[in-house]
Design a protein around this ligand. Structure first.
Ligand SMILES: [Zn+2]
Ligand SMILES: [Zn+2]
Length: 151
């Protein structure tokens, strides 16, 4: 099992409380997948998560991981990185739905989540000029993180 630090215990506790308040079940598998995602600032693919999960649950199959991911996405605990088809934790385990702006390092796969309301407000404004209602958008920015640019 991947080492989970104290900060992540805090996050796990937070999602346990949110699940209890919403009356949804955080099963052991859902919790394990969340802990794995939180174990690194790097984005994980479903396949990598399955490999990690199989270390503690050898019988785990792809649908096990996909069902857990669907649940975590639906609850807003994680985000899907569309451009790399991978998953990261939400920086705020958000109770309300929001769109993330992700900074993705192409060298180490670390992902930083920005929550820039001014950028989203600008998008909504621009869309409104065309009488267009936004239901979803993806803002992903690729580059090199601080640690990798120091190499
Ligand atoms: Zn988020
Ligand atoms: Zn990097």
């Amino acid at each position: 099992m991947v080492m989970v630090n104290s900060l992540d215990h805090q996050l796990v506790k937070q999602i346990e409380e949110i699940c209890a308040a919403r009356g949804v079940r955080l099963t052991t598998q859902r919790k394990r997948v969340f802990e794995l995602i939180c174990s690194s600032p790097k984005a994980f693919s479903a396949y990598e998560l399955l490999e990690e999960l199989q270390k503690v649950e050898p019988q785990a199959k792809p649908p096990t991981v996909y069902r857990a991911l669907d649940f975590l996405l639906e609850q807003g605990f994680i985000h899907r990185v569309e451009s790399t088809n991978s998953y990261i934790q939400c920086c705020s385990c958000n109770a309300h739905k929001h769109y993330s702006h992700l900074l993705i390092c192409d060298k180490c796969s670390n992902v930083i989540e920005l929550q820039d309301d001014s950028l989203v407000a600008l998008l909504v404004d621009n869309a409104a000029k065309h009488d267009f209602t936004i239901t979803n958008h993806v803002i992903e920015t690729h580059g090199v993180c601080k640690a990798c640019s120091a190499d």
